[in-house]
Design a protein around this ligand. Structure first.
Ligand SMILES: CC(=O)SCCNC(=O)CCNC(=O)[C@H](O)C(C)(C)COP(=O)(O)OP(=O)(O)OC[C@H]1O[C@@H](n2cnc3c(N)ncnc32)[C@H](O)[C@@H]1OP(=O)(O)O
Ligand SMILES: CC(C)C(=O)C(=O)O
Length: 577
């Protein structure tokens, strides 16, 4: 591509004995949400006070204990919001608010004033340290740049001492554009800042390392963090924090590798809001941990509510494919995915029955779904959606999840072919209710239910009985009824449970089924009727098992007539029922 020569590559870090690649993330880091600062400052319409408060309350409810609430000198509204939180006593006891300011004396003074009356607060000072900033923006050398940080720390300490007497003041320093700064210089500046602050027992410091504009691979950032962790003095009093951005689309990877490399705290935004391509997404990071069995310490159990609030506050929509929270991320359209998901759920249900445990307590082993949608407050209905890419597994899933019917394999394939033909003809997605309508039109008997029929030509009917019969005892009279009803017409009856097991002398109880939104005690019988090489399916639903069987066979027979186009094969005669 033209112009590529204008961009310099990045230099890997010379850290041959790096240890981070073999590490694991075993505990959650400290989290800081910067939605109200870095997130807010990136919005075309910064949040109104109402939207800010909504965001603050969401963050508190989710369990954040460190919340960057603004850049008080940036605007009257940032300032007033911080004052409102303090004056209205809205900061819970376990939450520390953070405010950001540049390393400029007058701004630091105003920032301190804004915090008056706060029970506890963090003052976060930053100045850029990278060569391009030193040369282009500040016009100063390394020493000048370091002095800026040192002076700012002194001014802040002095001001806090004098004017924030009742406040528990904590301190955070960030060398902005850390990832583009020479490592030894970042270390030098941080050491100089610490020499002023004098971290010690009960007086920690947060040193926060941003990829202000992400410019290299995440492994380079991890090397930088491991190097710092090894070389910073007073290490036990330093909380090593990272603040990744997402310019290369690898903000989450940068944060995760930094955690492997020793980072103890992560700053980011919900759903990756923030400058340019955003800050690291804390939802993705937290849920990635959760999906590996590490408690993130944040509550994502109603992820859709979190997303809705974030969308209202930011006025920026969350992408439907956004990990864990997007509309489509628990949905499969393609056939083989749907098939595997359905089998995964069936197995989970089987395990739950065998082990007498709720399915929600069993280890999660459903293909194509990284976490159980229910763990984040999503339902199973949208897990499978049907279009022309779908197969029998998906159609069977919809029939089971939406219509409470567990189709035998052969009927799954039969229905899937009809659904596929419909999807090809119409395009787009087929809703569960449309699939239900197709099913009813296709497989149920639509004649008069009180009318009975006889077949003059013998056919074989395999009757598949839906419902759970595993706990029922034998009741052979039901089969005698079926035999009496179907036998005189020369129909060979074989009754099959939905697991494939033949049911000879077992109880057939109507089972609870949800159809059309109301729960009814009904039995569903699927009849696979064969006449020579021809096979047709029919479905009977009734409170009475024998009637259900009759209707199923009748429906299948009618389809055989229709599909063979011959009245010779099956002739229907009215007999008493
Ligand atoms: C990576 C980040 O997200 S950092 C946070 C960025 N957030 C914001 O900037 C939002 C809030 N900022 C603001 O409202 C304003 O920029 C203010 C109030 C802080 C400062 O406003 P102004 O004084 O008008 O300056 P302006 O916005 O043009 O910023 C440029 C000045 O800041 C200086 N500056 C930039 N960063 C820093 C820093 N970290 N420390 C000290 N000075 C800095 C620049 O050198 C420049 O100084 P100059 O005027 O002497 O050339
Ligand atoms: C102030 C710092 C931490 C920052 O926001 C950044 O560098 O992105």
């Amino acid at each position: 591509m033209k112009g590529v020569e204008r961009y310099a590559g990045f230099t890997p870090i010379d850290l041959v004995d790096r240890t981070w690649p073999g590490n694991r993330i075993r505990t959650a880091p400290r989290w800081l949400s910067t939605d109200l600062r870095d997130g807010n400052q990136s919005l075309a319409n910064p949040m109104t006070p109402e939207r800010k408060l909504m965001m603050f309350e969401l963050l508190v409810d989710m369990g954040f204990t460190e919340i960057e609430v603004g850049f008080p000198v940036a605007s009257r509204s940032d300032h007033d919001f911080v004052r409102m939180l303090i004056e209205q006593d809205r900061i819970p006891d376990d939450v520390r608010i953070t405010v950001l300011t540049q390393a400029r004396e007058e701004l630091i003074e105003q920032t301190i004033d804004c915090l008056k009356g706060a029970p506890r607060a963090m003052i976060h000072i930053y100045n850029a340290t990278s060569p391009v900033f030193r040369e282009v923006v500040f016009g100063m050398d390394r020493n000048g740049c370091k002095d800026m940080a040192v002076r700012a720390t002194r001014v802040m300490m002095d001001g806090a001492e004098r004017r924030l007497r009742g406040t528990d003041v904590a301190f955070q320093y960030s060398p902005e554009l850390f990832n583009e700064t020479e490592l030894d210089f970042s270390l030098e500046v941080c050491e100089a800042v610490m020499d002023v602050w004098q971290p010690g027992e009960g007086r920690g410091i947060i040193l926060n390392f941003p990829t202000t504009v992400e410019r290299s691979l995440p492994n380079v950032f991890a090397d930088q963090i491991e190097w710092l962790g090894r070389n910073l003095s007073r290490r036990e009093h330093v909380c090593l924090s990272v603040h990744p951005h997402n310019d290369r689309g690898t903000g989450v990877a940068s944060a995760e590798l930094a955690l492997l490399a020793g980072a103890e705290r992560v700053e980011g935004c919900l759903f990756g809001n923030g400058e340019r391509a955003g800050n690291v997404c804390l939802v993705t990071l937290g849920m990635n941990m959760y999906s590996h069995g590490v408690d993130p310490g944040l509550d994502f159990s109603d992820i859709s509510a979190i997303r809705r609030t974030v969308e209202i506050c930011n006025e920026v929509p969350v992408h439907p494919r956004h990990p864990y929270g997007g509309d489509l991320v628990y949905t499969a359209f393609s056939g083989s995915h749907q098939d595997a998901i359905k089998k995964g759920f069936d197995e989970l249900e089987r395990q739950a029955l065998t082990r007498d445990l709720p399915a929600g307590e069993l280890p999660w082993r459903v293909p194509y779904l990284p976490v159980d949608p229910k763990d984040v407050g999503r339902t199973y209905e949208a897990v499978v959606r049907v279009n022309s890419q779908s197969g029998k597994g998906g159609v069977a899933y919809v029939m089971s999840a939406w219509h409470g019917m567990n189709l035998p394999r052969g009927l799954q394939a039969d229905l899937a072919a009809k659904v596929q033909a419909h999807a090809d003809a119409m395009g787009g997605e087929l809703s569960p209710s449309l699939i239900g309508t197709l099913f009813v039109q296709e497989y149920l008997y639509h004649g008069d239910a009180s009318e009975a029929a006889g077949w003059h030509t013998p056919i074989t009917a395999s009757l598949y009985v839906d419902g759970a019969f595993d706990h029922c005892g034998p009741r052979a009279d039901t089969f005698r009824t079926l035999g009496a009803l179907l036998g005189p017409w020369g129909i060979q009856v074989r009754v099959v449970h939905r697991t494939g097991r033949s049911l000879d002398h077992e109880e057939l109880e109507p089972h609870q089924r949800l159809l059309g939104g109301c729960s009814r005690e009904e039995t569903v019988i699927y009849a696979e009727c064969a006449l020579g090489d021809e096979v047709a399916w029919g479905v009977g639903i009734d409170a009475d098992i024998a009637t259900a069987a009759f209707l199923a066979v009748r429906a299948a027979g009618t389809r055989l007539v229709r599909e063979t186009h011959t009245s010779r094969a099956v002739s229907v005669a009215a007999v008493g029922h």
